[in-house]
Design a protein around this ligand. Structure first.
Ligand code: XMP
Length: 487
């Protein structure tokens, strides 16, 4: 048994001492950061892989703002793939596999397909894969009879406006504008379909100049996986559909089976980007780095909905966990970034986490109240709220068991055995907060100011210049608004 002589610190225990600054405008600073050793994002923020925080809608909003969303794993592999695909389709310069329909199909089938896939048009392709035309909602809405076939109402190939591969974005924009059309198929010289450009896709890069994009111009997205045997198949399927990062989602990441899983994935997918965690110690971070992870996620129990520290007695106050883990990564000799996961309640916490050695932060409950988080808002005591739940809470654990049992056909008795669950998280409500973009605006605004106070043009300089001071309870009281009645 040993006891560490120094206290473990978290965000509220410290402040950063202001540094001499040459920054004259908050707009001058660079908020970009490394997500992994080979992926940079424009704002250093990830939305957490929790079922009340990140599915496709949140991931799209996060990537549009310059961060990234990590889609949780408590769904079937098919659904996981669908979610990743819908992020990848949300802003590609060109949709690679557009939805298609056969010319001999009925227009009611076409309407059904458009509704199901939430698209306003289908490319018409015959059974030998040759493009025959294009069909849009306008064509079907204006059709005089409903029992017509697709070929009767489509715009046929001879009248179609299209591009061939190798086009320029300006060329696409000009054609869409000249012909006042919404969709522009890209057709290979042999007449088969190459892709589809939509007017929205051409305009989105102008609307979201900070967006986190992959090399094909699509929004970036991450997905969580577990460490059990079958999860390698989930990883393979996610890589296949173009996921940018895999996040190994395990509460105690400094465990042999997690280290083994990192090694296995590294070997099987040498270029895959793997985020491993969670750890809260120097040794934990070092071992995952040595196993081949591309970034290390840090945080045992700091999260707003976590009770791990209460239930198990284990954890490290988050700022100390970040600093120790950063030392562990350095010790491994690998130059990979650290992600601070959990406990961010205000912009100042984000700045302190970065100054302490993190390159990005992961946020859960602050985003759970936003429009883009899964689930609808409800009214509780006259206030509009949304639900957030720890992934190890009773509700989340039982929900998962029921899904697993329905898939594996286990006995109903097992699925109802609530007494066996030892929760390490809680279920709660958080105020409804509007669009996540507004919350991100506040966080990034705080970061920009923080960089200026730190005399730093970027996050790396913030870390180099950082000087923390431990504060007393009186110092903490002084740090918030005080001695006034808030209105
Ligand atoms: P915040 O504070 O941003 O934290 O809401 C989000 C992070 O909390 C972790 N998490 C849990 N930790 N029990 C835990 O001990 C849980 O049930 C639980 N659910 C989520 C997770 O790391 C997340 O990113």
């Amino acid at each position: 048994m040993k006891i560490r002589p120094t206290k473990g610190l978290t965000f509220d225990d410290v402040l950063l001492i202001p540094q001499k600054s040459a920054i004259t405008s908050r707009q001058q600073v660079d908020t970009s950061s490394r997500l992994t050793d080979s992926i940079r994002i424009n704002i250093p923020i990830l939305s957490a892989n929790m079922d009340t925080v990140t599915e496709a809608g949140m991931a799209i909003a996060m990537a549009n703002a310059g961060g990234i969303g990590i889609i949780h794993r408590f769904m079937s592999v098919e659904n996981h793939i669908r979610q990743v695909r819908s992020v990848k389709r949300a802003q590609a310069v060109m949709v690679e596999h557009p939805y298609v329909i056969n010319p001999e199909d009925s227009i009611s089938k076409a309407v059904g397909e458009m509704r199901k896939n939430k698209v306003g048009g289908l490319v018409v392709v015959d059974s030998s894969d040759k493009v025959q035309g294009i069909l849009t909602t306008r064509d079907v809405n204006l059709a005089p009879e409903t029992d017509l076939l697709v070929r009767d109402v489509m715009t046929p190939f001879e009248r179609m406006v299209f591009l061939t591969p190798g086009f320029g974005i300006d060329q696409a924009r000009n054609l869409l504008f000249q012909h006042r059309i919404e969709k522009l198929p890209v057709i290979n010289p042999d007449g088969t379909l190459h892709g589809l450009i939509t007017a929205q896709d051409v305009l989105k890069p102008i609307k979201n100049p900070n967006a986190a994009l992959d090399e094909k111009g699509r929004l970036r997205v991450g997905a969580a996986i577990g460490v059990s045997h079958g999860e390698v198949e989930r990883a393979a399927a996610l890589i296949e559909v173009g996921v940018d990062v895999l996040v190994l989602d395990i509460a105690h990441g400094h465990a042999d089976h997690c280290v083994e899983m990192v090694k296995r994935l590294r070997k099987q997918y040498p270029t895959a980007q793997i985020i491993a965690g969670n750890v809260a110690s120097r040794q934990g971070a070092r071992d995952l780095a040595l196993a081949g992870a591309n970034a290390i996620k840090v945080g045992i129990g700091p999260g707003s909905i976590c009770t791990t520290r209460m239930v198990t007695g284990f954890g490290v106050p988050q700022l100390t966990a970040i600093m120790d883990s950063a030392d562990g990564i350095r010790e491994s000799g690998r130059d990979i970034p650290l992600i601070a996961d959990g406990g961010i309640q205000k912009a100042g916490d984000l700045v302190k986490a970065l100054a302490g050695g993190a390159e990005t932060v992961m946020i859960g409950s602050m985003f759970a109240g936003t429009e883009e988080a899964p689930g609808s808002p409800v009214f509780r005591d006259g206030q509009k709220v949304k639900v957030v739940r720890g992934m190890a809470s009773l509700g989340a654990t039982m929900g998962r068991k029921q899904v697993e049992n329905s898939v594996s056909d286990e006995s109903a008795e097992d699925s109802e055995d609530w007494m066996k669950v030892v929760p390490e998280g809680v279920e709660a409500v958080v105020p409804y907060r509007g669009n996540v973009g507004e919350v991100l605006h506040q966080l990034v605004g705080g970061l920009r100011s923080g960089l200026s106070y730190g005399g730093a043009n970027n996050i790396r300089q913030l870390q180099e210049n950082a000087e923390f001071i431990e504060i007393s309870p009186a110092g903490i009281r002084e740090s918030g608004s005080h001695d006034v009645r808030r209105i």
